[in-house]
Design a binder for this molecule. Structure first.
Ligand code: UGA
Length: 349
């Protein structure tokens, strides 16, 4: 099988390439602006990487959509800070650029696996979000945070429409707070625009306070990326066509924690971490900050977000196994190495 991954150097793309190369003999064609997260695979004969921008390298993309069997358009802005500060960039990249790719999949009759998001459910009041029955509830227009949710939702609906009208073969996958090594980067965390665990890792490394937005009682179900990849690989393998025309939440309802819990657990792990002890980095405090100060006034939050993973369980026997402490520890250890590498670069400059 030949697969095309656009945005291959992102968090999901880089982990997926690793899995595909490890577990299959498929050919992977990948494009991204850079290659630092996939550097270790560049010499693999089954991995064909090209540096490029999806809004510019249009001919390469169309040629490879035609050539491949499955397309994963993973290019997207997925950090809440940017939804609030630059909503049109989110719409242009996450919706407009991806719509072009979807239309090519229709034209060349290629299967597409589209990364939807847990954010489409927004502030849905259900205790567990179900792919086919839960309502998708977002906030008013001045709350710019919802541009991501609604851009993704509209593309979900367009893809569904192409399946209905033109027989497009598709699967919509909804990640619920996947976390782990390579999630964003310490550089984005330095600017304060990374997702939670990476942001907190950066704060810890610098002895800065961990900020609980609006008190930190909001909850998320955190899914280790290795568990997430088990699910995504099952969808990609698509045995018996079981993933066709379906929507799947992929997450770990067993790791349901408040932001405050995460801060406390990370401080606890960091307290005795050899890297901290060796450096004598002061232990960070946990403080509260308003969302207006942290993100800007277009921010509105989701207080509870729990996936139903029944459809993944029943269809593929999906069972996430990695507990939150192990997942946090793995992330911290990874980012310690990234931090050391950043320091080396600064030293040689
Ligand atoms: C994420 C992103 O929108 C997407 O990556 C994604 O599609 C989806 O949800 C998902 O991963 O399921 P969110 O869960 O809000 O949104 O992402 P984080 O930035 O990781 O924030 C989690 C919570 O921590 C939020 O309530 C946020 O306000 C809080 N937070 C974040 C803090 O309290 N302090 C921080 O320093 C950072």
């Amino acid at each position: 099988m030949k697969i095309l991954i656009l945005g291959v150097n992102g968090f999901v793309g880089s982990h997926l390439v690793e899995r595909v190369l490890r577990e299959t003999s498929w050919e992977v064609y990948g494009m991204d602006l850079g290659s630092h997260k996939v550097a270790e695979f560049l010499d693999n004969p089954h991995f064909h990487f090209v540096e490029g921008d999806i809004s510019i390298s249009k001919e390469w993309i169309e040629y490879h959509v035609k050539k491949c069997d499955v397309v994963l358009p993973l290019v997207a802005i997925a950090t809440p800070k940017v939804y609030v500060t630059d909503p049109l960039r989110v719409f242009e990249l996450d919706f407009e650029e991806n719509l072009r790719i979807i239309r090519q999949c229709v034209k060349y009759k290629k299967r597409v696996i589209f990364p939807s998001t847990s954010e489409v459910y927004g502030m849905c009041p259900d205790t567990e979000f179900d792919e086919e029955t839960s309502c998708l509830v977002t906030g008013p227009i001045p709350m710019q945070r919802w541009i991501y949710s609604t851009s993704k939702q509209l593309l979900d609906r367009v893809i569904w429409g192409y399946g209905f009208r033109d027989g497009l073969k598709f699967t919509l996958v909804r990640p619920f707070n996947w976390m782990g090594p390579k999630l964003d980067s310490l550089n984005t965390a330095k600017e304060g625009s990374s997702r939670l665990v990476t942001q907190f890792a950066w704060n810890l490394f610098n002895g800065e306070p961990l900020k609980l937005v609006d008190g930190g009682s909001q909850r998320r179900c955190f899914c280790d990326v290795e568990d997430a990849m088990d699910g995504l690989m099952a969808v990609l393998r698509n045995e018996g066509g079981k993933a066709d025309g379906r929507i799947f939440n992929i997450g770990n309802p067993g790791n349901d924690h408040s932001v405050k819990d995460i801060a406390e657990m990370m401080v606890e792990i960091w307290k005795d971490h050899p890297f901290r002890l060796e450096r004598g980095t002061p232990l960070s405090e946990i403080v509260e900050e308003s969302s207006g100060t942290f993100y800007g006034k277009g921010y509105q939050d989701v207080l509870v977000r729990t996936p139903s993973i029944r459809r993944m369980e029943e269809t593929f026997g999906f069972k996430p196994k990695i507990g939150i402490k192990e997942a946090l520890r793995k992330s911290l250890d990874f980012f310690v190495e990234e931090h050391k590498a950043m320091e080396k670069i600064v030293e040689t400059e």
